[in-house]
Design a protein around this ligand. Structure first.
Ligand code: DC
Length: 227
């Protein structure tokens, strides 16, 4: 039996985060949502009215931003903190969705977050989801999953999630936002979203949540127990 890193990358709204969280919980692994880290930076920039094109301000801000994860026993999950303040719905709002892909395209910001993510993964036994986890953050991850799903299906799922949080957004707006984030994420110069050569593609369009979780757990257990 060995401890491994599981990298789950893919497009926005494919269910990466909820899948990764469930896989981690089933394996007794730590789950790190790397997208939430970019969202925290976006939150900080909005709160402090920092424009990501102003390099000096960005450098100063990055020095002031501390992102940490703390395990909450009663939730059996980690929570993300931005400078000691818990971040929850504040990083999931449409205003964050609007700018986070542009923030995540900035090399200075990526450099800082990638290095933080690599430190978090030093102890293995971890599932991390994002866009460049299997290609840049953990190129040696023992298991790499690349999640894809039909845009219409992703949009409907995202709308349902937002409705559950009391946020009303039209399907058209969601589709436009997901589509533009896909475009920005896949075309940016610094570590764009691409499938690592050794990643396994998982199309979640017509899979139930339980089935996609099971598929990854089965793949992971094969590596953990059989090497
Ligand atoms: O997974 P998410 O939607 O919460 O991610 C928010 C944004 O951050 C998304 O536009 C892509 C970007 N991101 C990234 O560039 N690299 C990562 N490892 C994770 C997220």
């Amino acid at each position: 039996m060995r401890d491994i890193v599981i990298a789950i990358d893919g497009f926005s709204g494919t269910g990466k985060s909820s899948t990764a969280k469930e896989v981690a919980s089933a394996l007794g692994y730590t789950y790190i949502d790397s997208g939430a880290m970019y969202r925290c930076v976006a939150r900080y920039f909005i709160n402090h009215q920092i424009d990501f094109v102003e390099e000096e301000k960005v450098i100063k801000a990055l020095d002031e931003i501390l992102i940490s994860f703390r395990f909450n026993k009663s939730l059996n999950a980690s929570e993300i903190f931005l400078n000691d303040q818990i971040m929850d719905h504040q990083i999931r709002l449409p205003e964050i969705n609007e700018i986070v892909s542009q923030i995540a395209a900035q090399p200075l910001i990526r450099k800082k977050l990638v290095s933080r993510q690599q430190t978090l993964g030093l102890h293995k036994s971890m599932v991390m989801d994002g866009r460049d986890i299997g290609t840049v953050v953990f190129p040696d991850a023992a298991l790499k999953i690349f999640m894809i799903a039909d845009l219409d299906i992703r949009s409907k799922r995202r709308q349902k999630e937002l409705e559950e949080q009391g946020i009303q957004v039209t399907l058209e707006e969601i589709k436009k936002n997901l589509d533009s984030r896909d475009h920005l994420d896949t075309t940016r110069i610094d570590s764009p979203l691409i499938k690592a050569e050794d990643a396994i593609t998982l199309d979640s369009s017509y899979l139930t949540f339980d089935d996609q979780v099971k598929e990854i757990i089965d793949l992971a257990n094969k590596i953990i127990y059989e090497g």
